[in-house]
Design a protein around this ligand. Sequence first.
Ligand SMILES: [Zn+2]
Length: 269
Amino acid sequence: MVTDLVQTSYASESAPAGDNEDRFRAGENWALVLDGAGRYPGRTGGCVHPVTWIVEHLADHLAYKLTVHDRETLPYILAAAIRATMADHGPTCDLSDPLSPGAAVAILRTRGDLVEWLVLADCAVVVEDAAGKHTVVIDDRVDHLPDAPVVDAEVRTYDPDYVATVRNRPGGFWVASTVPEAAGEALMGQAPLTEIRQALLCSDGVTRLVERHGWTWQAMFAVANDEGPQALIDEVRRADGDHPRVRHWRGKIHDDATAALCRFTGPEG
Ligand SMILES: [Zn+2]
């Protein structure tokens, strides 16, 4: 049996003065990052549970299935983890509510001589090949919804009534909450293990260094390797602090931030 195909180091930190709704888990051949997709203003989403409860249950179910059901496809595993989390809610929650809280997902694993990844909603997987070229997997469907009405509040966002019509619906956007079919809509990819050097899994609290603050993925990998993933989060906090107080698009001033650096030792170790 091959062990430690993926060596993962990670850091995760809540936004200042908040509960961390990101989660990280890793096994010998996989790693995952979740980012809680919380409630819309004034809406319960039909659920009595805090978002931390939802990401914790989803992370545990994913970790178990990635370990035990390792011959299944990533969408199969994610759909099964969504179903298991739905069962955990119990009768207190209305799982048919289209605004049910859930999570964004990034999973990476090795299977045989392949590296595979899956991304759903606001998490990212970035894979660096042996030549230093980056494959960036970001699911930005929520930013390209047709004719979406925008609500101008402290954070510019969508009207919840509109979101209810496009969330976990074909032509809309998908998130891991109470619709197992969302797993089949995730962004997927794979590459030969021998061609991949390393990968980063990030919640959008970290990818904002690239998307908002002008960093390159090359610089992200360099900092993660030289100083560790916590240094990326420190850089996010510094960059957010330096940023003019603009009203962010769908983003808070600060956000929970998680970064995981995966290095591949290869079948020969
Ligand atoms: Zn619930």
